[in-house]
Design a protein around this ligand. Sequence first.
Ligand SMILES: Cc1cc2nc3c(=O)[nH]c(=O)nc-3n(C[C@H](O)[C@H](O)[C@H](O)COP(=O)(O)O)c2cc1C
Length: 161
Amino acid sequence: MEMRAQFREGMSRLGAAVTVLTTDGPAGRHGMTASAVCSVTDTPPTLLVCVNRTNRSHDLFVDNGTLCVNVLGGHHRELSGRFASSGTEDRFDTSGWTTRTTGAPVLSDAVAAFDCRIQSRKEVGTHSVFFCAVDDIALSGDTASGLIWFGRDFHHLRLAS
Ligand SMILES: Cc1cc2nc3c(=O)[nH]c(=O)nc-3n(C[C@H](O)[C@H](O)[C@H](O)COP(=O)(O)O)c2cc1C
């Protein structure tokens, strides 16, 4: 197998939480599904997200300078598909959105939401790595089931024992 195909196959086996990244501001409101999200440090609270530069969301993140990481629960399967499909015009066509500090849409029943200001950006190959300073956090009481992307499909995360 060629190295790139082997890399993609290997990464499909690295399970990851599914999130929806949202933004709003002068450039407009938008959002996309993302699994490339990682903690950098808790001092100060910082995370990174990796976004393909050909995504429509990319330039809106850059221009608005804000981004909210909405961590999805098991019941958000349909929503995650909507925010990943290229055909959908208004992905926010349901209620259940609010705002907090930055003005980016916050999913009311997200398992957790990190409302961020984008601090810096590094281009690597096809993607931008955004370093995001967390301004505000919303935590849901419902942590019964997370939504996981593994083996190129969605899974519900449950306690092993
Ligand atoms: C489970 C899942 C995880 C994804 N993770 C990412 C990601 O981390 N970064 C990325 O650039 N695209 C990711 N995508 C693809 C985008 O969601 C998809 O290309 C989306 O249509 C982009 O929308 P936009 O062009 O309107 O911004 C993911 C898709 C799925 C289904």
